[in-house]
Design a binder for this molecule. Structure first.
Ligand code: ATP
Ligand code: MG
Ligand code: MG
Length: 350
């Protein structure tokens, strides 16, 4: 069989590797962290920095297809390995999604609507940006944020020096705080032949900037906005000649769907598809990058709920398992830390 290389060593890579194994592929993980939970389930592991060109080149040569489970893999070194293995999706989706300003501009250039925003390159521009956007607002580092890290809320009278310092004195974007009715995600898979399929959109709730729960169906407010959001997501995927699973996050607001961000990968808000859809996001990602026909994305239950198991307050696993409709996933991470995603539980309601 062929070898699939996965850049990134976390739980998304682990679940991708499990899906790949089912289809007879072996996986080779490339990640800088020694304790990769994806490497545990894979045939080979290169533990090296993402910009180690020698290691990256040897990795690419050992693989037929390379994909990623982490959007902050540096794009520049990856360009060097193109030609050694097929990179799916490509480098462009990484470059865009690594930069919040580029990402919003890209979505808007394809007809999407983002919250009002202003890039701030240095401290002197911050007060002016807040004046233009108004308060309440939210400041985010342009690069590297995830799980709500690298963000600060801006109110009237916020101490701007403190905020600039806390965000690491780096370029940020100031965004209007959207008064949303719900958050939802559009997850699509695009095959090597250009076919696009969507899963049902989940309604997502966050606690402290971290996804806590995804529920399908998402309810009438979201459902009335999904069609428009899907059009934008397809346009983005087509413009990038995207192959694989791609996610766009939206706020459902009285002004319609507001684009928040995109992830060029499988997504936490799609974990429910493992048991709640005929074909999971992980399996369809593997099918797409391997040039296989895509699987049916329909939901298999009337209602599905996915809860993340976060940090140190993990419930009693034996108790969770005693529920016949609950599916428990533990990522095999040694140390529970506040805010760390340790696993998830999906419950089907038929
Ligand atoms: P992820 O882990 O999804 O990549 P992230 O760190 O990249 O998260 P965002 O998705 O931009 O950050 O923001 C995290 C959460 O903060 C959002 O899901 C939403 O709940 C809230 N949020 C972010 N931006 C806004 C906004 N402009 N208006 C209102 N709420 C917002
Ligand atoms: Mg993000
Ligand atoms: Mg997000």
């Amino acid at each position: 069989g062929s070898t699939i290389g996965i850049l990134g060593g976390g739980q998304l890579g682990r679940m991708m590797a499990a899906a790949a194994a089912q289809l007879g592929y072996r996986c080779h993980i490339y990640a800088p962290e020694a304790d990769s939970v994806a490497a545990e389930l894979s045939a080979a592991f290169t533990c090296a920095a993402y910009d180690d060109l020698t290691a990256l080149e040897a990795f690419a040569k050992s693989c037929d297809i390379v994909t990623y489970e982490f959007e902050n893999v540096p794009a520049q070194p990856l360009k060097k390995i193109i030609g050694k293995a097929a990179l799916r999706p490509g480098v462009a989706p990484l470059e865009i999604s690594q930069d919040r300003v580029a990402e919003k501009n890209f979505a808007e250039s394809h007809g999407g609507k983002a919250a009002a925003f202003m890039p701030v390159k240095n401290f002197n521009q911050l007060a002016d940006a807040i004046d233009k956007i108004g308060t309440p607002a939210i400041a985010k580092t342009i690069r590297m944020g995830y799980d709500g890290k690298g963000q600060a809320r801006l109110r009237k009278g916020s101490n701007l020096e403190h905020i600039w310092h806390d965000l690491g004195r780096q370029p940020i974007v100031v965004e209007a705080l959207v008064e949303f009715d719900a958050e939802f995600s559009v997850i699509l898979v695009r095959g090597a032949d250009g076919e696009i399929r969507f899963w049902d959109s989940a309604r997502n709730s966050h606690e402290g900037g971290i996804l806590a729960q995804s529920t399908v169906p998402a309810g009438p407010m979201v459902e009335s906005q999904v069609a428009k959001a899907r059009i934008l997501a397809s346009k983005i995927a087509e413009a990038l000649d995207y192959v694989g699973v791609m996610t766009c996050e939206f706020f459902a607001s009285s002004a319609g769907p507001i684009f928040n961000e995109m992830a060029p990968r499988v997504h936490n808000t799609g974990h429910w598809t493992i048991e709640g859809a005929t074909t999971s996001q992980f399996e369809n990602h593997i099918r797409a990058i391997c040039g296989l026909p895509l699987g049916d994305t329909s939901s298999t239950a009337e209602r599905v709920e996915m809860h993340n198991l976060i940090g140190t307050k993990i419930p009693d696993i034996a108790k969770l398992l005693s529920d016949d409709e609950a599916h428990v996933h533990l990522y095999g991470k040694g140390q529970a830390k506040p805010g760390r995603k340790m696993g998830h539980v999906t419950r089907l309601y038929r």
